[in-house]
Design a protein. Structure first.
Length: 412
């Protein structure tokens, strides 16, 4: 019996695997449940992770001493590895799927999409500054809430580095981030659903129009050779693409006035690398084609691993954080998440005439939020949101990293 308890509540690798499997299985099963014809898909994995971690099934931790001799519990390196690997696999699959249409998007309204995404970033920062002025909450906490509300982990990491260099404790940013993050994920999805309800979008009709347009534009190159490629995945080019993604994500971008160089990060680099590999790989005799089922598997498994790890890491302290002032942080995060997205969504659909599928990808991309993209592709049963997501994600990622650091430098 003790051995069974160790598997469920212990600190072994077996416990870690069981926790991950249980959370993903519960989350995926609940994600298939539809209420009023709407389901949250893989986003339920996050909620399942929080719940399972709260009842005692959490990541194993080890007791280690720091340079001053103080003892601290730390997560083993493989927990962070699995989380980052899941995000990388998801974004790499998205890049491969959307790469062919990425540059075409820029020729057909790509500037509009990026301007709309940038406007969301500006509105988020403006709301954060207003909340800072009226709430009396310190800027470190506000930046943590902002990063969680827009689900931008690289921005949080960059802000924590500068905050620590200024002699402040960066842990407050992480706590505020953890409080705002869950609704950040769900709020983006709810906003996408709200836009659909407001404008009475008929997804089935939109899909039929999209299918007809794709069939009309289908080239004669879709022959049996592509089918043979998709049956035999090019493993070496894919691995080279992931390596390229690490290199791209690690390139420092120096901005005057900011002491730390900015980076896209490994996940952002993987997305850019996949777009480049998908667009130019065949021309360089470096095919990267995967079958649709293989890409869907990578995308779904990647986002499930990522959300399961986030939920299990956050669940242990989530409810205590909420009970001890975290409700205010969650409320501020909800305002930061929903308000700009609703404005941008209404303007994008009614004024800019962006189709609903592309708009969903823009809303997910400007918030650098893979779960919202996963929801959109799954709910709409097409990959068009991936193209617009990939079109706006790099710029949005860069702007959010810069914004988080500037808020700390100027107001903390």
């Amino acid at each position: 019996m003790s051995a069974f308890n160790d598997l469920l509540l212990g600190s072994s690798v077996s416990h870690f695997v069981i926790s991950l499997g249980l959370v993903i299985a519960i989350g995926v099963a609940l994600g298939r449940v539809k209420v009023c014809g709407v389901s949250l898909g893989a986003a339920f994995v996050l909620l399942a992770g929080i719940a399972v971690s709260h009842i005692g099934m959490k990541f194993p931790q080890f007791l280690c001493s720091d340079a001053n001799g103080a003892m601290h519990f730390i997560d083993p390196v493989y927990t962070r590895l699995i989380q980052e690997l899941g995000l990388i696999l998801f974004l790499y699959a998205v890049g491969l799927q959307s790469g062919k249409g990425f540059f075409k998007t820029f020729k057909k309204g790509g500037l509009t999409l990026n301007l709309l995404a940038a406007s969301v970033v500006v509105m988020d920062v403006a709301i954060a500054l207003i909340l800072y002025k009226v709430s009396g909450v310190d800027m470190g906490t506000i930046v943590g809430v902002l990063s969680g509300a827009v689900t931008n982990t690289p921005g949080l990491g960059a802000a924590q580095t500068i905050y620590q260099e200024m002699g402040s404790d960066p842990s407050v940013l992480a706590s505020a981030y953890a409080a705002a993050y869950p609704f950040g994920v769900l709020g983006i999805i709810f906003t996408i659903i709200a836009i659909r309800i407001i404008f009475k979008v008929d997804v089935d009709s939109e899909n039929q129009s999209l299918k007809a347009a794709e069939e009309a534009a289908a080239s004669s190159n879709a022959d049996n050779s592509q089918k043979r490629e998709s049956k035999t995945p090019a493993i070496i080019p894919i691995c080279v693409g992931l390596l390229l993604g690490v290199l791209i994500g690690s390139v420092p971008i120096y901005v005057p006035g900011i002491p730390q160089p900015l980076k896209l990060g490994i996940a952002g680099g993987a997305l850019v690398a996949a777009i480049l590999m998908s667009s130019f790989g065949e021309k360089l005799h470096f095919p990267t084609r995967l079958s649709a089922s293989a890409l869907n598997f990578l995308r779904t498994m990647g986002v499930c691993l990522f959300l399961a790890c986030v939920g299990l890491r956050a669940g242990e302290t989530f409810f205590s954080t909420v009970a001890n002032g975290g409700l205010l942080w969650m409320g501020m995060g909800a305002v930061i998440t929903v308000t700009p997205l609703l404005i941008a969504g209404i303007v994008g659909y009614a004024v800019c005439k962006i189709d609903y599928f592309s708009l969903s990808g823009v809303l997910a991309g400007c918030m650098t939020d893979p779960p919202a993209l996963s929801y959109s592709c799954g709910a709409f049963k097409n990959d068009k949101p991936s193209v617009s997501y990939a079109a706006v994600n790099p710029l949005s990622m860069f702007l959010r990293i810069v914004a988080a650091q500037l808020l700390i430098i100027l107001f903390a």
